[in-house]
Design a protein around this ligand. Sequence first.
Ligand code: FE2
Ligand code: FE2
Length: 292
Amino acid sequence: MAITKQPERNNKVVKSSDAFVAPDINAFGQSFRDYNAESERQKGVEEFYRLNHINQTYDFVEKTREEYKKLDRVQMSIWECCELLNEVVDESDPDLDEPQIQHLLQTAEAIRKDYPNEDWLHLTALIHDLGKVLLLPKFGGLPQWAVVGDTHPLGCAFDESIVHHKYFKDNPDSKNPAYNNKNGIYKEGCGLENVMISWGHDDYMYMVAKENGTTLPEAGLFVIRYHSFYPLHKAGAYTHLMNEEDRKNMKWLHIFNKYDLYSKSKVQVDIDKVKPYYLSLINKYFPAKLKW
Ligand SMILES: [Fe+2]
Ligand SMILES: [Fe+2]
């Protein structure tokens, strides 16, 4: 998820050598993620975040992580999952009308064009949203608020930059004094891997990749795990919790993110044409069948 123009997010831009200026429209004249636009979806998106902010508590995330770490639901390959993802609708996204496999391939192909030698990043792009299968009944059929949308830390104060921040007042964690300050239960510089992040497709796919023994580099796993953590990579919040390793990986997250957002287009990727290339990457970095 991401947002280009919305009032509740502060507009502080993360400075990096890969600074990217967000265009208002894509090459096809379609606008991106304008949460203020008069759109039918806008109210739905706000309601989505209301439910997300009320229900994602520290305890909920801890229990859900524990449950999904078992990976005892499905066995399938990465490519099978790419195809399965077409059955999924992400209600939190105001500008994604194309089939999900097209979003995966458009993102991957756009990165491949600009970074031809980083094959791990092409594959990272292909698989970054596969965790959305959590919405399907055989993966537990989780509600939208537990699968998609921006993510944020639990166990410390909810930063003002989090979209539709006002709804946190009804989250039980807001009343927990241990969580209600900048560091909360964490130590400054503890590293993001030690921070509980709201549950969704990012953390699930990270878990699936890691537990199935992927050989993707750490930067790829970092991109998968934090690509929806907009308060961090867009607003620059929570950087005090990062460690040296996180700071190195942020470079790739910033690069990835602009493709995740701005490669969406009506021009479809020819799946049959690119499939052999992606199958070869899957074969290089993953076992043939994975536990989900
Ligand atoms: Fe995503
Ligand atoms: Fe995505």
